[in-house]
Design a protein. Sequence first.
Length: 264
Amino acid sequence: APCTLHPAPCTLHPAPCTLHPAPCTLHLMPTYPLYLESGPRRKKTMVHVLDLLGCNITGPTTEEAEALAPGAIRDFLRFLRRHGEDVGPDAEIDVFVAQHITEGIWLGNGDPSIVFGPDLTPVSIEAMDSFIDRLEWMRLEMNLLLANLTEEQWTTKPVNGRPLKLIVEHVIEAEYNYMYAFGRIAALPAAGSIIKNIGTPLLDWFAHVRKHEIERLRGLTEKERSEPFIHWKYTRTARKVLRRMLEHQWEHLVEVRERMERLT
């Protein structure tokens, strides 16, 4: 019979080591992998933060783009917090380069030929809802910035860049081209005609186009949300299409916001 004064210790639930306690996991510095695209000379570089789908930043060199990444991440986290997400934009941030692609056709600009590893991850229904929310939050923030402009402010070309009206037209057109990977949306004009002769205020047209795009996104089959496919010679996935839609609109939302700050 076992000794009742000195029972054997439980081998299934051993006592924790008091000399080497487990680290606290509640207060670890958030770490974000960065996915880079640039030419081999590491000049113009776009940084994609795929753990925050939509967050991206471009710099004139790889080194400068990497240095800008923590600030860009905080800016995106502040955007998410404005819309009710439980994130901490003021925390210390760590980053590391997870993948750097230096071969492509339009490097540093959102090269359509690039597929990063995480682009192959299927998009769940829950993730789709989250990404659609982000698309709409970006559109609504852009609307608020542009809603009360005079015609002169809307159409005047600045020293650098294009008129605000052309930025919005570009966002609508590029986004619809991304969506064309899933085929034409019957309720909308063909690609190349999405901003021609619209006969309605541009921001209202943006809302109309986006409504039908969201309907198409919500209607994607499990196969469409999960499997790679070829479109216009390039490999596409649902996550890659959503990534570029979000990144592109975020890039121009930041551009419009900075432009409006200079006007005030």
